[in-house]
Design a protein around this ligand. Structure first.
Ligand SMILES: Cc1cc2nc3c(=O)[nH]c(=O)nc-3n(C[C@H](O)[C@H](O)[C@H](O)COP(=O)(O)O)c2cc1C
Length: 186
């Protein structure tokens, strides 16, 4: 049994990020909670050794990350991992864009990209409207790229993706940190 106490916070719209957060929390015997419900930042250091935050990606912005990082001072020195969930295939290029757009390089944290699901039928206002506008723009674009054409297909055919390897990767990192903590305490 690990002595490291881990908190997993998440912001999810259609449930995919929530499912990843729950799988991580279960794998490390940690607590899991939506970011919006967590208020006890002042006691975070007293109650936890590691914090994981997962947010879904909208237009390359990790949802909830700005709010999470406003509490950086309370978490500094703890093990902090962030994961972002999007429908795109994670690449080095998308990683660079996400780090830069979400100013992650200003913080001492580990960052992971997960591929998630996308189901147009699950989108509620205003996200369905945002997607309709994007799709109209793509349809009217005479130089439509292959990626954009793929996005149009997703309206009819949802994408389901479960990145179990990334969950395992995060769990390995957390277990390694827990083992290091045991050695330091001994
Ligand atoms: C309005 C909107 C914008 C999106 N923008 C991006 C994006 O920029 N990059 C990406 O990879 N996925 C994007 N997605 C896909 C979501 O990030 C993806 O479906 C994710 O799995 C949703 O997670 P959730 O189920 O936790 O809400 C977008 C989805 C919506 C609805």
């Amino acid at each position: 049994m690990l002595n490291m106490k881990t908190l997993v916070l998440y912001q999810s719209n259609t449930g995919c990020t929530k499912a990843y957060a729950e799988a991580i929390a279960q794998g490390i015997h940690g607590d899991v909670m939506p970011l919006k419900k967590f208020k006890a930042y002042k006691k975070i250091r007293e109650n936890y050794d590691a914090v994981v935050f997962g947010g879904w990606i909208m237009g390359n912005t990790i949802q909830g990350i700005d709010k999470f990082l406003t509490h950086w001072d309370e978490m500094e020195g703890m093990v902090v991992l962030v994961f972002a969930v999007g429908m795109g295939i994670p690449t080095d290029e998308s990683r660079k864009i996400l780090i830069s757009q979400n100013v992650l390089d200003l913080y001492h944290l580990r960052f992971y990209q997960f591929r998630g699901s996308y189901d147009y039928a699950k989108l509620k206002f205003p996200y369905n409207l945002y997607m309709n506008i994007s799709m109209k723009r793509i349809e009217q674009d005479p130089s439509m790229s292959e990626n954009s054409a793929d996005l149009l297909q997703l309206k009819e055919r949802p994408l389901y993706f479960n990145d179990t390897e990334k969950v395992e990767k995060i769990l390995t990192v957390l277990r390694t940190e827990a083992a290091k903590m045991e050695v330091t305490k001994a």
